[in-house]
Write a protein that binds this ligand. Structure first.
Ligand code: BG6
Ligand code: BG6
Ligand code: GLC
Ligand code: GLC
Length: 917
């Protein structure tokens, strides 16, 4: 009995002595609570540095956005392939997520070796090897005939700009294949897979193992929002608020951030904590100076740290009686599994002896106790460091959520955590001590990270399918060159048709003679009134033209025309116009003055002379009754008479295209075309009289108002009209009419966009499938909104804000789609307009028998002026389709009122001359 006691006493004394000895020796490795709190603070600062745009480039902890935006919600399903590369084992898997509505996951997998010559050889060969393993797996599982999406778990730091792409920042751990750093591993692997012609695999997602782990655990526990690996390497990810992630656009919701905490300290932030052993280990590693935090923690390094310590202690005579074996001198001879075995609760000491003997040492009892304690200190420090960094993440999560107490789950994986007998307990305890305000559940990922990777792939595959649906819709708006050439040819045919006496009456492109026969010559002078009706704004103007100097002074006022007047009776409309004129004269102090007036009236009118114009039919947003078939000049005169306050000499009625051509022609005599791309779409040009069969006389030229907006009203371009164009047409004031205009002008583009958005929403591809009242409202997308949304300078958030102003509650993803839809619609408009214009310039070139034509187009209209891309695309199209014409586009700065006044001046001069004759 006594002997037993004595033995026990002797043993505990021995143990105490050894522990004291080791504690003294490794004093620097034992971290106090204060130090841990300090490390926790430092890591918090590192996280912020990595998240912020300006500090990220120099941050050691990279805080990489992963483009994983949500934890699984149970709706994921499908069959996927998965690769798990970068941990201690390389696996290929087939994962079946949720069968027959059941939330359950089935996996079949196979391990493949990763020999050093592969993982440290040539990069291309590494990927070819991986692809070969996948091919082998597919063959054994009889999957080769299937087209399967693949999720790649790749456990190295990658910079991602989307889920299916990742540029390797640097290899870590045991990998060091050449020529992979700074390249996209997804395309590298895709390329390697192409060698297998019988394999059809699409890599939809690249995830870090931490992310896979978090997602795996979150499938079972929705509270899981952190993933931690303590294995070969160490790392963590967590869900961060989008508003804190500078590197990714958008601010709603959260995104998972791969912290890459292994690199903590690479900028020197942990130098006071690192020991001589850490430095020595680092120097002998594959990546000296890198992953310094990881090298104090993870499985690849713990055994080696222990070895270095034992060697030093032996050298100092503190162990093995100063004896060292050659194994103890050999790098890598002590592994983490040995550390774990030596720290086992009961067999630990026996294991230690066995391991030391295997290393060719002859350990005493005291040595075994001391060595065991070395292991404890090294692994405890590892757990402490992990705990400090994890505590920082948890604190950040709690603060992001603005809660007093955080209830959360951390998904865990990695061999060190799994096989070390004390590690989890120690880690949990320290974390709880460091963040008492968090209730943390640690959940071990039983099935590795691939289940989670499959969840991410499932979501990606659903998004891909949705993307395909969106692309299918957008494709309807993409015109090929052949289609555009066809439009050009058809337009050309219609132009000729409208000019011929025989066919003129039935032509859809009306080709209306304007009785404007020449451009201004600079001799015009006088004071004129002008009206400008039919565009976005109704204006009354006073235009003073000074002869000789080609200078014009203008005063104008914009008046509103209320909808009820635009669509009321003709009398009301013209009375309103006269009322505005009266106001203007009053405002200008010209009451009672009888001035010559030019009337820009931007609707199709049949003219028999310059001062007569019979409205053929309203277009755009006008629909006043009793006007069609009437002379609008007469109607205006009558309204003036009704008012009986002043008299005006209405000298000319001109279309806005004609006014625009004149405005520009005043400056550039080569301007023989006028184009409006605004609320409506139209074009006029100077035609040789001999080609205009409806007007007598063969000399000189006359301006023809083409009214090309009606192009296609005979169905000739129905092949390129979409169901959305039909919808817009049917909902318009003039169904069946102005089909080309409805594909090309500001008043309708927004409507087409709205129809597409409604359809995409119905398909569940936008606005969470909810069609709001707003979206049902006609006309919400005015041209100016389209222009704003499509501006390249606009960040996504601003697009979203515009949509919100329109009453459309959109996410950032929605905003991207809306912008794309706008882009597709406006691009088609510009191209169609360009094809029309190309038809005209080519006609002019051929009519004049020219090899090359130089011509200027005067342009106006809000779409052309405000839209960021319309004018460019239009011009490019003209160049492409009419390569032999050198077309200059001249923006009309002053509107068409100036041109109308100039026409009035010329007409007045002619009137005068006629009278004198
Ligand atoms: C596995 C995961 O369970 O753990 C891997 O599936 C991960 O994705 C690995 O890389 C990490 O642990 P270790 O110890 O294998 O590096
Ligand atoms: C203006 C002209 O500048 O542009 C108008 O003065 C013309 O005559 C208008 O109708 C066309 O553009 P929008 O976009 O206002 O229809
Ligand atoms: C290394 C890698 C990291 C990975 C970790 C765990 O730190 O850089 O991406 O998550 O190991 O495997
Ligand atoms: C409509 C009108 C046309 C006008 C054009 C541009 O197409 O019918 O006359 O030129 O809009 O405003």
């Amino acid at each position: 009995m006594f002997a037993v006691h004595l033995m026990a006493f002797y043993f505990s004394k021995l143990k105490e002595d050894q522990i004291k000895k080791v504690d003294r020796f490794l004093y620097h490795m034992r971290l106090s609570d204060d130090t841990l709190l300090d490390i926790m603070r430092r890591f918090r600062a590192e996280m912020e540095k990595g998240l912020a745009k300006d500090t990220n480039p120099t941050a050691a902890v990279k805080m990489l956005p992963t483009f994983v935006r949500a934890i699984p919600d149970g709706s994921e399903n499908g069959e996927f392939l998965s690769l798990d590369l970068g941990g201690s084992k390389f696996r290929v898997l087939k994962v079946q997520v949720a069968e027959e509505g059941k939330r359950h996951v089935q996996m079949e997998s196979q391990f493949y070796p990763t020999p050093n010559e592969i993982i440290r050889g040539n990069g291309t060969e590494l990927f070819e090897y991986v692809a070969d393993c996948l091919a082998d797996f597919m063959k054994t599982k009889d999957l080769k005939h299937k087209k399967l999406p693949l999720g790649l778990t790749f456990s190295f730091p990658c910079r991602q700009t989307k889920l299916e792409e990742g540029v390797l920042l640097s290899w870590t751990k045991k990998f060091k294949a050449r020529g992979v750093q700074d390249t996209d591993v997804v395309s590298r692997l895709t390329k390697a897979m192409r060698r297998h012609k019988d394999m059809d695999v699409d890599i939809l997602a690249l995830v870090n193992d931490t992310v896979g782990t978090m997602m795996t655990c979150a499938y079972d526990d929705p509270y899981c929002e952190v993933g931690v690996i303590i294995g070969t390497g160490t790392n963590a990810c967590y869900m961060e608020d989008m508003s804190n992630i500078d590197l990714v656009e958008g601010d709603e919701g959260r995104m998972c951030i791969n912290t890459e905490w292994g690199a903590f300290g690479d900028d020197g932030a942990l130098e006071d904590i690192r020991t001589e052993f850490d430095r020595e280990l680092d120097l002998g590693s594959l990546n000296p100076g890198k992953q310094l935090f990881e090298k104090m923690i993870s499985g690849l390094y713990l055994g080696e740290l222990v070895r270095l310590i034992l060697l030093k202690m032996a050298k100092a005579g503190l162990l093995f009686g100063g004896e060292k074996s050659s194994a103890l001198h050999t790098k890598g001879k002590i592994e983490t599994r040995h550390v774990a075995a030596m720290e086992k609760y009961k067999e630990g000491l026996a294991n230690t002896r066995e391991i030391l003997v295997d290393l060719g040492l002859e350990p005493s009892e005291a040595d075994c106790i001391a060595v065991q304690h070395v292991c404890t200190i090294v692994s405890f420090r590892s757990a402490n460091l992990c705990a400090a960094a994890l505590a920082a993440i948890l604190t950040r999560l709690r603060e992001n959520k603005k809660v007093e107490r955080l209830r959360t789950t951390v998904g865990m994986d990695g061999t060190l955590y799994k096989i070390h007998p004390q590690y989890p307990k120690r880690l949990h305890k320290v974390v709880r001590k460091l963040v008492p305000s968090c209730d943390v559940r640690f959940l071990l990922s039983e099935s590795g990270s691939t289940k989670g990777a499959a969840m991410v792939t499932a979501v990606a595959s659903r998004l891909q399918a949705q993307r395909k649906q969106i692309d299918r819709v957008l494709a309807l708006f993409q015109l090929t060159r052949e289609q555009l050439v066809d439009v050009q040819a058809k337009m050309r045919a219609e132009l000729e048709y409208g000019l011929k006496k025989k066919s003129h009456g039935l032509a859809t492109v009306r080709m209306l003679p304007t009785y404007v026969c020449g451009l201004p010559d600079g001799t015009e002078k006088g004071k004129f009134l002008a009206l400008d009706l039919g565009g976005t704004n109704f204006r009354v103007l006073l235009v003073k033209i000074r002869s000789g100097r080609r200078s014009v002074r203008m005063y104008n006022k914009i008046f509103a025309i209320p909808l009820e007047i635009m669509q009321g009776t003709g009398e009301e409309l013209f009375d309103h116009i006269v009322q505005c004129i009266a106001d203007f004269l009053d405002y200008m102090g010209l009451k009672g003055a009888s001035l010559p007036l030019g009337f820009t009236f931007s609707f199709p009118c049949r003219q028999m002379s310059i001062d007569k114009g019979t409205l053929i039919g309203w277009t755009k947003g006008f629909k006043a009754t009793d006007c069609e078939g009437e002379d609008v000049v007469d109607m205006l005169r009558e309204a003036i008479k009704r008012r009986n306050e002043f008299d005006l000499d209405i000298v000319a009625v001109v279309n806005d295209t004609v006014g625009t051509m004149m405005t520009c022609g005043y400056e550039d005599p080569n301007c023989e075309i006028g184009l409006i791309a605004g609320t409506g779409s139209n074009m006029c040009y100077m035609e040789d009289m001999r080609n205009i069969e409806m007007v007598e006389g063969g000399e000189g030229k006359m301006c023809i108002n083409t009214e090309w907006g009606g192009f296609g009203d005979n169905g000739c371009i129905d092949d390129i009209r979409t169901r959305y164009d039909t919808e817009v047409d049917e909902g318009s004031l003039n169904p069946g009419k102005q089909r080309y205009e409805k594909m090309t002008s500001g008043m309708y583009l927004g409507e087409i966009v709205r129809q597409i958005l409604i359809d995409l929403t119905k398909q569940g591809l936008l606005f969470r499938g909810q069609i709001s009242e707003r979206l049902r409202t006609r006309g919400i997308f005015e041209t100016k909104f389209l222009s704003q949304i499509e501006s390249d300078r606009l960040a996504l958030l601003q697009v979203r804000r515009i949509l919100q102003q329109l009453g459309l509650d959109s996410t950032c993803e929605d905003s991207i789609v809306v912008k794309e839809v706008c882009g597709a619609v406006s691009r088609r408009a510009a191209q169609l307009c360009g094809a029309g214009l190309a038809a005209i310039v080519e006609k002019r070139r051929e009519d004049q028998g020219l090899e090359h034509l130089r011509i200027t187009v005067g342009v106006d209209g809000t779409l052309y002026k405000l839209h960021p891309h319309f004018s460019r695309i239009l011009q490019e199209t003209v160049k492409e389709l009419a390569p032999r014409c050198d077309v200059t586009f001249m923006l009309s700065e002053d509107g068409s009122g100036k041109g109308a006044a100039l026409i009035t001046a010329v007409a007045k001069r002619l009137q005068q001359a006629q009278k004198e004759n």
